[in-house]
Write a protein that binds this ligand. Structure first.
Ligand SMILES: [Zn+2]
Length: 260
């Protein structure tokens, strides 16, 4: 009887360990969290994981605050270095719901964030998703970007056309990145420092071209932590998914992953 119970407990523990990666080592450095849309509804999207409800974001900000993180933009975290217990909020694609659903929660807590803009689509929609069954969603317009920047939001580049940068010719690559930087510079009155690779795709040539366009830091979608040893043009990030529970979020802050 005892052995039977022990066996059952062992099976339960194995299932728990397969689901939650508590056994991974804790990683030093700052978590750079990656979000896309902050909205409750799913609207038949094939990518529900990319839509985090506002209530979940609010809970996550509370957890970060309670655990003593200083929640800031990527630029601020890079300046602060390893001496600060930082967590970074990043939002890819610059959806309009950032202004409506995310920034009020972040601003109210005195925190910061970085938003990565697809510069050919400012005030438009996610045209790069057309034909993939992904619903259209509006993006921040120029006036909103300026207003949010004045309130402290850091804006970075996410490509001019949200294309796979690794599939471009050297000339296309240089043109896309310089158009991206020029558009942001015109809008914000100063060059953007940070960048996020569309689809997380990059290689050595892309990194070089991003730096040549004047961006000094670029985010990937590879999991890991930001520290003084991180290549600033290959910053790892942690995707926060709609399905993440409290344990997932806690594991991601300490281990960069919660499960596969
Ligand atoms: Zn994107």
């Amino acid at each position: 009887m005892i052995w039977w119970l022990a066996g059952l407990a062992g099976l339960g523990a194995a299932a728990f360990s397969a689901r939650y990666h508590w056994w991974r080592p804790r990683l030093p450095g700052a978590p750079v969290l990656m979000y896309h849309q902050i909205r409750q509804d799913l609207e038949n999207t094939p990518l529900p994981k990319l839509r985090v409800p506002p209530q979940a974001l609010a809970r996550q900000l509370e957890v970060l605050e309670r655990r003593g993180y200083q929640v800031m933009s990527l630029g601020r975290a890079l300046e602060a270095g390893d001496g600060v217990k930082a967590a970074v909020m990043t939002f890819d694609d610059a959806f309009k719901d950032f202004a409506q659903n995310a920034w009020p929660l972040i601003k109210a807590r005195g925190m910061g964030a970085t938003v990565f803009v697809v510069t050919s689509q400012i005030g438009g929609h996610n045209a790069w998703d057309a034909g993939k069954g992904i619903p259209r969603a509006p993006l921040l317009d120029a006036a909103e970007i300026k207003e949010l920047a004045a309130q402290g939001v850091e804006f970075g580049g996410h490509g001019h056309a949200h294309r796979d940068l690794t599939a471009m010719t050297p000339q296309e690559l240089a043109e896309d990145l310089s158009a991206c930087q020029q558009t942001l510079t015109d809008l914000l009155g100063q060059p953007a420092r940070t960048f996020s690779y569309p689809y997380g795709l990059f290689n050595g040539a892309v990194k070089k071209a991003v730096a040549e366009a004047g961006f000094s830091a670029a985010c990937t979608t590879r999991p890991g932590m930001l520290s003084a040893r991180t290549d600033p043009l290959a910053i790892p990030r942690i995707m926060v998914k709609r399905s993440d529970g409290a344990l997932d979020f806690a594991l991601k802050l300490s281990r960069a992953r919660s499960r596969w």
